[in-house]
Design a protein around this ligand. Sequence first.
Ligand code: ATP
Ligand code: MG
Length: 428
Amino acid sequence: MSEFKKLAGLTGMKDTLPPESSRWQQLEALVQQWLAAYGYQNMRTPVLEHTRLFTRGIGEVTDIVEKEMYSFVDPLNNERLTMRPEFTAGIVRSAIEHNFLYDRPRRIYAMGPVFRHERPQRGRYRQFHQIDVEALGFSGPDVDAELIIMLARLWRMLGLNDIRLELNSLGQATERAAHRAALIEHLERHIDVLDEEARRRMHSNPLRVLDTKNPVMQEMANAAPRLFDFLGPESRAHYAGLCARLDDAGISYTLNPRLVRGLDYYNLTVFEWVTDRLGAQGTVCGGGRYDGLIELLGGKPAPAVGFAIGMERLLDLWQQDAPQEASAECQVYMVHQGDAGQRQVVRLAEALRDAGLQVLVHAGSTGFKSQFRRADASGAAVAIIVGEDELSSGCATVKWLRARQDDTPTQQESVAFAQLVDYLKQRI
Ligand code: ATP
Ligand code: MG
C-alpha cells in the first residue's frame, strides 16, 4: 500500500465523468451549431491574465474583484496574476492587442472554465463554465436585439420554455451621475437598514447596493430612485429600438428597474434570463452593452455588447427536461480468442474504423463469457467474434446484442472477413 494519503478535488470544483460528460459534449456541439447560424466565430484566450486587467475592467468595487478572484503572485517573475472570473475583459484585451477591430466590427464567442471563490451550492461553483458571446464594434439596438433573439432560439433548440427575460437600461455616464446623487441621498436616509457592505459601497458604488440579495434591504431598494427615470431621449430611443425588435420577434420581457448586473462596465442595455426551476440560482444568462470598456482598457473607442451563459445551470435545466440515457461507448465490440484471433480483430477493427464505425477491441485475453459481459456493458449494437473456428473458416461470427427494427437475425451469423465492413455499414 502506498503511503500517499488519498486526495479529494478542491471544494466547489467538479469532476465530470462519463456518461455525464457526453451530455456536455452534446451541448457544446449544439451551441457551436447555434453560434455558426448567426456568424459568430471562436476566440480562445488564456485562463491566466494580469490581475489589473480585471480590477480595471470589472471594477474595484464589485463582488468579483473585492472577494471572488483567484489571484496570486507568480514567484518566478513576480507578476500579479488572476484566473479569469469572466471572459469579457480577456477578449477585449486580446482584441485590442491584435488590432482585431481595425477594419470591421466582429461577432465572436468563447466557451470554457471561469473561476470565482464563492460559497459552493447548487448552481454556484468555484470553477464553472460559460458560453460567452461578444459583438464588438456595434452601437445600435439592432445588435442588442440580435443577441436576445439568438438566445431565445437556443432555449427553443433545447426545448426550454420557462426562461423569462428581464431588461433594464443603465443609460449613459451623465445620466448615471444625476441618478447617483439622488440614490446616495436615498441610501443616507435609510442608513439604518443598510448592511455593512452597503454602507461601505454607498459612496463608491451606490448602484451596486441595489443589487443586494439581503432580504432586510429589499424594501429600501425597491423604493430607491430608478435610474430608468433619469434617462434622456437618446437612451430612451435605444431602449425603445430594442423593445420594438423584440416585439417583432415575439419575445416577451419585463422591465426590471433594479437590474444593474454585478460588473461595472455596463451602459444602456442590460438583461438577464431567469428561471424559477433552479432554486435560488435562477439566472441562466446575463449580459448587456459596454460601450466604454474597450477605451477603458486602452483601445480605440468602440461600442460593444455581449452576454454570458452559465453552462452548469443550463445543463441542469436541460437535464430536468430530458433525462439522459446512458450513451454507448462504441457501436461494435470485438471479441477474440488466442493470439492470432486478437491480431485478426485488430486488423478488422481498423478496417471498420476506416469506414467510420466506432469500435472497441477487448483488451487482454479473458474468456468469452467475461468478454460478452463487457460487450453488453459497453452498449455496443453488435459483437464480432474471432476464435479458432473463425480463423480457419475465414468468417467472423456476428452477434447482435440488442433488439433491432429490421429483420436481421438477433442470433449469430457468419460473415466473411472481407465482407464484414459492407455487412456492418448496411446495418448500423
Ligand atoms: P449571480 O447573480 O448568480 O452571482 P452573476 O451576475 O455573478 O450571477 P455573471 O457574472 O453575469 O453572473 O455570469 C453569467 C452567468 O454565469 C450567470 O448568469 C450564471 O448563470 C453563471 N454563474 C455565475 N456565477 C456562477 C457560479 N459561481 N457557478 C456557476 N454558474 C455561475
Ligand atoms: Mg455573482
